[in-house]
Write a protein that binds this ligand. Structure first.
Ligand code: COA
Length: 196
């Protein structure tokens, strides 16, 4: 989660995650389909584009904000300008998502209607999401929590505490189960069927 990635490396990792969700490789036709006809990938790419344009002297910050604004309007989803998101982001259904200021590692699977952010206005520290985490539909993650590598957050869970690496969080407030479910531990992506 620590090594710095360029926006291009992140985009390549994003494409690989989308391809692996379909159990296939990244081909030219696949890349065209992602860029032209896949809303989830377009949402992710818009976030990467913001990282690219912000480097343009003088107008970069304004351009980034314009792209961020347009992305919010088009998808009704938002990743905050202050959020740091690693490569390999997979968002199959980019609707109703709000990611506030947070640090997010590689290969996150982020489902629809997920909220990640501060618990109150007094919160100083941001949530930290480590590598290879899966956050299911409707989950809400609040406060200065750390979601450990490979953890799975169940649908509609409200997570207010740390989740250990490989752990499962389910329910409201989330019950933490230390070892991941066998299907998850075996490396299967529970969202594969939803990628189409
Ligand atoms: C969290 C999740 C990955 C766990 O799947 P799993 O490992 O197969 O777990 P199981 O179905 O065996 O459930 C284990 C226990 O957790 C409970 N549970 C599972 N998901 C839950 C959830 N989201 N909220 C509350 N409890 C849940 C089950 O009832 C079961 O409880 P029990 O042991 O008391 O019977 C899965 O239930 C889930 O939430 N997937 C979300 C997928 C999604 O967002 N799909 C959207 C596609 S568009």
């Amino acid at each position: 989660m620590t090594a710095l990635e360029t926006p291009l490396q992140k985009i390549k990792a994003d494409l690989r995650h989308y391809a692996s969700s379909e159990r296939r490789g990244v081909s030219t036709a696949f890349v065209f389909r992602m860029f032209l006809l896949t809303p989830g990938f377009q949402f992710v790419f818009a976030n990467r584009l913001q990282e690219i344009v912000v480097r343009i002297p003088v107008i970069g910050r304004l351009l980034r904000r314009i792209i961020w604004w347009a992305t919010c309007l088009i998808f009704s989803s938002e990743i905050a300008l202050a959020a740091k998101v690693g490569g390999g982001l997979y968002v199959p259904h980019p609707y109703g998502i709000v990611v506030g200021s947070a640090t997010i590692g590689r290969n996150l699977s982020l489902l629809q209607n997920v909220t990640i952010g501060h618990k109150s206005l007094d919160d100083v520290y941001d949530p930290v999401i480590e590598d290879d985490v899966q956050i299911s539909a409707g989950a809400v993650l609040l406060g200065p929590i750390t979601i450990g590598e490979g953890a799975v957050i169940g649908a509609n869970s409200v997570v207010l505490k740390d989740v250990p690496a490989g752990g499962l969080a389910i329910g409201i407030p989330a019950r933490i189960i230390p070892a991941a479910a066998p299907s998850v531990a075996a490396g299967a992506d529970p969202f594969v069927a939803s990628a189409l």
